[in-house]
Design a protein around this ligand. Structure first.
Ligand code: AMP
Length: 214
């Protein structure tokens, strides 16, 4: 099964993607992570990401397609998170899969209001050492500012700062929201209310995908 997870920044895509990719044995591809790696050696990309902007759609598509060709073993099933974010990216990905005699089997949209998402993003903290994610309100570490797992320092992502969050939402409304509406019209979308406990959302996604949880 090839799965795509869509949703606003802060909708919990990463959390669900990790659980689902393990359960369904999918190759988990997070383009936010790929982009942050790319940014380490490219100042222009770093500025785009830190400002909350999106990498130009075609440039990102080319980067992802090359990655798929080079790094993803043939025949692997993929869970994409953060990609596609544009209708054009969706269509390119469909084409790429079709050339491998595969298809996108399901697209899940995690629905959340902008107000709730902004609240979550503002509280998000990440361990600079191991990448573990916390939230100062909903999922705080045992010791303030320190990772429970490795004791690394917890930091805020530059693009989780208020100004960048505003920009990210503008891009979301102008692009990904259009992709969501496009797929909804085609009845290709599984919609899930993302403002509930993690496990409740996870179980509902599995149920809607027709996967038994046992
Ligand atoms: P995320 O962690 O998914 O919010 O992604 C972090 C950043 O990576 C975004 O703000 C973009 O700058 C870049 N990025 C990730 N996925 C895409 C994409 N599909 N198209 C363009 N830019 C992307």
């Amino acid at each position: 099964m090839n799965l795509v997870l869509l949703g606003a920044p802060g909708s919990g895509k990463g959390t669900q993607a990790e659980k689902l990719s393990q359960k369904l044995n999918l190759f988990y591809l997070q383009t936010g992570e790929l982009s942050r790696e790319w940014a380490k050696t490219d100042k222009r990309i770093r500025n785009i990401i830190n400002g909350g902007k999106l990498i130009p759609e075609k440039e990102m598509t080319n980067y992802v397609m090359k990655y798929l060709e080079k790094r993803v073993p043939k025949g692997t099933n993929i869970l994409f998170e953060g990609f596609p974010r544009f209708i054009s990216q969706y269509e390119e990905y469909e084409k790429w899969l079709a050339s491998k005699r595969q298809k996108i089997d399901a697209v899940v949209s995690l629905d959340i209001s902008e107000k709730e998402a902004v609240k979550r993003l503002s509280g998000r903290r990440i361990c600079e050492k191991c990448g573990e994610v916390y939230n100062v309100i909903t999922n705080p570490p045992k010791e303030s500012g320190k990772c429970d797992k490795c004791k690394g320092k917890l930091i805020q992502r530059d693009d989780d700062r208020p100004e960048a969050i505003k920009v990210r939402f503008r891009y979301y409304r102008n692009n990904t929201k259009k992709l969501i509406d496009y797929l909804d019209n085609k009845e290709k979308l599984i919609r899930v209310d993302a403002v509930r406990p993690i496990n409740v959302i996870y179980l509902e996604i599995l149920e809607k995908l027709g996967v038994k949880n046992g």
